[in-house]
Design a protein around this ligand. Structure first.
Ligand code: AKG
Length: 289
């Protein structure tokens, strides 16, 4: 009889294989049907507070969601998500961004893009053509209401993670032009779409009469630098002073929020705990050079 850990490792391998080969995979039931309403309500409470000030033309992106609600935390530890990130990036992965996403009825599809650092046009980027076929980040898109052709579920271009570029770069491909091979995977509330962050994607048009509500949680390699998107850190503050922009994709979390996280979740978020101190040297010689 196969042991539980062998079955778990098969479940992870199936997602890894799809993401490596096709750039995407739908993972079912990450939030069980009986629990999804709690996460939905938690995200909507934040959305209601932020809508007036931050929504743009019928879309709200809630930056730094983890600082505002921790309702999703037990589920980001799902073996198929965390296991996939660890299989691709090694055991010391972290979560680089958490967003809430709300789109109104009528909100139209937008631009094809890869996610940062493949969102070309940003000064902090991996320039195209990306030379190596090394995934550095996965974007997981979580349905809290149905994602499909009517509600404007995420559109993807399968296989585009190996294109070495995306329409945000200078490849003569209009960022709004439909692609013949595009797909719109159907997700039920609680399902998660995992994509290699290089995979071309965008939201679909919401043709339904209700809001589409979801989350984006990005898992990154341990070496992936998030200093320039973390308010309070020198690189972020220097760029903010130069450009006047204070991006809100990451919001640092307090020590209290951090301490209350499940032990297994702490390593995923400890890089954004506020009030970290730089300690004096504890070793005589540099050990990492
Ligand atoms: O709203 C969606 O389905 C897509 C979101 C997206 O493109 C992103 O978070 O990068």
């Amino acid at each position: 009889m196969r042991r539980e850990w062998e079955m778990a490792s098969d479940r992870i391998a199936a997602v890894v294989e799809r993401v490596r080969r096709e750039g995407w995979c739908a993972v079912r039931g990450v939030i069980p049907p009986t629990e999804v309403a709690v996460v939905y309500r938690a995200v909507m409470e934040v959305a209601e507070r932020e809508w007036e000030q931050h929504s743009v033309n019928g879309r709200l992106g809630i930056g730094g969601l983890i600082a505002k609600t921790q309702a999703m935390v037990p589920y980001v530890l799902d073996e198929r998500l965390l296991g996939t990130a660890e299989a691709l990036f090694g055991p010391k992965v972290r979560i680089s961004m958490t967003h809430g996403i709300v789109t109104d009825p009528g909100y139209e599809r937008t631009n094809w893009h890869g996610d940062w650092p493949f969102s070309l046009g940003n000064p902090y980027q991996i320039p195209a053509p990306y030379a190596a076929d090394q995934p550095v980040k996965i974007t997981t898109l979580w349905a809290l209401t149905p994602f499909n052709a009517t509600t404007g579920g995420t559109l993807i271009v399968p296989g585009s993670h190996t294109a070495g570029n995306n329409p945000g770069g200078d490849i003569g491909y209009d960022i709004f032009e439909p692609v013949a091979s595009e797909m719109q995977p159907e997700l039920e509330p609680g399902d998660v779409l995992v994509i290699d962050s290089r995979t071309w994607h965008t939201n679909g048009t919401n043709r339904s009469d209700g809001q589409r509500v979801g989350m984006a949680v990005r898992y990154a390699a341990w070496w992936y630098n998030v200093h320039q998107i973390t308010p309070g850190l020198a690189e972020f503050e220097r760029m903010a002073a130069e450009t006047g922009d204070r991006a809100s994709d990451v919001v640092p979390i307090s020590r209290e929020i951090y301490d209350a996280l499940p032990e297994k979740a702490k390593p995923l978020f400890r890089h954004i705990v506020i009030g970290q101190r730089v300690l004096p040297d504890t070793v005589a010689e540099p050990a990492w050079g």
